[in-house]
Design a protein around this ligand. Structure first.
Ligand SMILES: *[C@@H]1O[C@H](CO)[C@@H](O)[C@H](O)[C@H]1NC(C)=O
Ligand SMILES: *[C@@H]1O[C@H](CO)[C@@H](O)[C@H](O)[C@H]1NC(C)=O
Length: 427
C-alpha cells in the first residue's frame, strides 16, 4: 500500500511537471531552433521575428504576443500566425514609404508607426494585384538592389517581383534557393529563412553564393552555445547581434564581448580568436555591460558590479572584487559603455545620453563633467586607442579623433560596419 501511494505520488508529480512544460511551451523560445513565419524590420530598423501568435523584437529577449504591438491583427481574424511581412521601401511615395505590411491568408494590413492605416485590412488582390493569397514570405527590394523599387513575394517555389510603381508582376525562378518560410532585408543584404537555417541571396537572380545555409541562431539571435559544430570565430565575426562591450589593452589586443562569447584580436598579427566569457572570466559568467582597460587591468562592468582582472594568461580576478560601480567609479550602475584613452588617467563613462569623466588617480573617485551626447540614442560599446575613439551603436561604429570631438560632435560622422570593418567579415 505504501508503495502504491508512492507510485501514485510520483505519477501525480510527473503529470504536474508535464503540464508545466506544456504551459511554458506555449511561449516560443527562439534559442530552441524555430522556423519563423515572417521577419521584417520596423520603422526604426529593429528586426521583428514572428512565430505563431508571438513576436520577438530585436536579436535577443523573450517572445511577446503579436497582438500587444499590432492589436488589429486579432480583430479581423483570430491570429494564428502571420504568413509574411515586410517594410515598404518606396521613397517616391511618402504615403507608403516605411510602412509595415503584414499578410494573413488573403488579407493585407498596413501599419505606420504601429498604427493600422485607414481602410486596412484589404484583400491582397486589391493592393497587390497578381500576387497570390496564403504567401510564405515577402521582402522589400528598393533600387538599385532590384532594377526598380520592388517587393519580392514567395509562395512555395514561385517567386514574384512586384514593381511598386507600375504594379507589374514579373515571375522568376530562383533555382538555387530553397523555399523560404520568411525573408528579410537587413543592412542591404537579403536573407531567406527555411527551418532554423538561412541563406543569403541575390534579390535579382536568387543566386546563393558561398557556404549556405547557415544556422540562424548563430547570426540573428543571441543564444548561448547550442551546437558543437558552430563555428565560433566565423559566427562572432559576422554576427549582426549588437556588441555589449569592447576594449583594447596596452599591447594593442582588442577584446569584444557579446552575450556569452568574446572575440580577441591579437595586436601583433590581427588573428581573431573566440571563446566563452565563462572560460576566461569565470566570475563574470556572461553578458557584460562595459569594459575598459587601465594599467594592465580589465575593468568589467555588469549591472551594479565591477569585476577587475589583471591582463595575462590566464586573466586573474583580483581579490575583493566585484565591488559596486558606485564604489569604484563614483557613479550608480548600470552603465552602457566606458573607455580610457592611452596615456590618460580618465575613464569616460557613457550612461544613457550622458557622458561623465572619472579621474582614476583620485580617491574616492567621482563621476563629474557631465555632458550630453544627443547624437546617440543608445551607445552599446566604445573604445579608445592611438587612432581615437570608436563608438558602437547597433551594427555600426563611428570614429572620432578624440573624446573631446566625440562629445562636441553635432552630426554623425561616416558610418562603418562592425562586422566588415572591425572584424573583417566578408559578407
Ligand atoms: C492578445 O491575445 C491574448 C490571447 O488570445 C489575449 O488574452 C489578450 O488579451 C490579447 N491582448 C490584446 C492587447 O488584445
Ligand atoms: C517547394 O515548393 C513546391 C511548391 O511550390 C513544392 O512542390 C516543393 O516540394 C517544395 N520544396 C521543398 C524542398 O519543400
Amino acid at each position: 500500500m505504501k508503495l502504491l501511494a508512492h507510485i501514485l505520488c510520483l505519477a501525480l508529480a510527473l503529470a504536474l511537471a508535464r503540464s508545466d512544460v506544456e504551459h511554458a511551451s506555449d511561449v516560443p523560445d527562439r534559442c530552441h531552433g524555430l522556423e519563423m513565419d515572417a521577419v521584417a524590420v520596423n520603422d526604426e530598423g529593429v528586426p521583428y521575428f514572428f512565430k505563431g501568435d508571438h513576436l520577438f523584437k530585436g536579436f535577443h529577449g523573450l517572445a511577446e504576443r503579436s497582438n500587444e504591438s499590432f492589436a488589429e491583427l486579432d480583430d479581423h481574424h483570430h491570429l494564428g500566425h502571420v504568413d509574411a511581412a515586410f517594410r515598404m521601401h518606396y521613397e517616391d511615395s511618402p504615403s507608403e514609404h516605411d510602412h509595415m505590411f503584414f499578410f494573413l491568408d488573403h488579407k493585407v494590413f498596413s501599419y505606420y508607426q504601429h498604427k493600422l492605416e485607414d481602410g486596412f485590412p484589404k484583400s491582397i488582390s486589391e493592393v497587390f494585384p497578381g500576387i497570390p493569397d496564403h504567401l510564405d514570405a515577402a521582402v522589400e527590394c528598393p533600387k538599385p538592389e532590384c532594377d526598380e523599387d520592388s517587393v519580392i513575394f514567395f509562395k512555395g517555389d514561385d517567386i514574384y517581383h512586384y514593381n511598386v510603381k507600375t504594379k507589374a508582376v514579373d515571375e522568376k525562378e530562383f533555382k538555387s534557393m530553397p523555399n523560404c518560410t520568411s525573408a528579410f532585408r537587413f543592412m542591404e543584404h537579403y536573407y531567406c529563412f527555411h527551418g532554423h537555417m538561412f541563406s543569403k541571396f541575390d534579390p535579382k537572380t536568387g543566386d546563393v553564393h558561398s557556404r549556405y545555409p547557415k544556422e540562424a541562431r548563430d547570426y540573428f539571435m543571441r543564444c548561448s552555445k547550442f551546437s558543437e559544430e558552430s563555428e565560433h570565430v566565423e559566427r562572432e565575426r559576422c554576427s549582426r547581434v549588437h556588441l555589449d562591450a569592447i576594449t583594447s589593452d596596452n599591447a594593442g589586443n582588442m577584446y569584444a564581448f557579446r552575450g556569452h562569447h568574446f572575440l580577441r584580436q591579437d595586436g601583433a598579427n590581427d588573428m581573431l580568436k573566440s571563446d566563452t566569457i565563462e572560460s576566461a572570466f569565470k566570475e563574470l559568467h556572461s553578458e557584460v555591460d562595459a569594459v575598459f582597460t587601465y594599467e594592465d587591468h580589465l575593468y568589467m562592468i555588469k549591472d551594479d558590479s565591477v569585476f577587475l582582472y589583471k591582463v595575462g594568461e590566464p586573466h586573474t580576478h583580483l581579490d575583493g572584487y566585484p565591488k559596486s560601480v558606485k564604489e569604484v567609479l563614483g557613479i550608480e550602475g548600470p552603465i552602457d559603455a566606458a573607455f580610457v584613452c592611452e596615456d590618460h588617467d580618465i575613464a569616460h563613462i557613457i550612461k544613457g545620453q550622458k557622458v561623465y569623466d572619472v579621474e582614476l588617480k583620485t580617491s574616492p573617485r567621482v563621476a563629474g563633467n557631465e555632458r550630453s551626447i544627443p547624437l546617440f540614442r543608445k551607445v552599446d560599446a566604445a573604445m579608445c586607442n592611438a587612432e581615437g575613439v570608436k563608438v558602437i551603436a547597433g551594427n555600426h561604429f563611428y570614429h572620432f579623433a578624440s573624446p573631446m570631438l566625440f562629445v562636441a560632435a553635432r552630426a554623425l560622422p561616416e558610418q562603418h560596419r562592425v562586422s566588415l570593418e572591425l572584424f573583417g567579415c566578408d559578407h
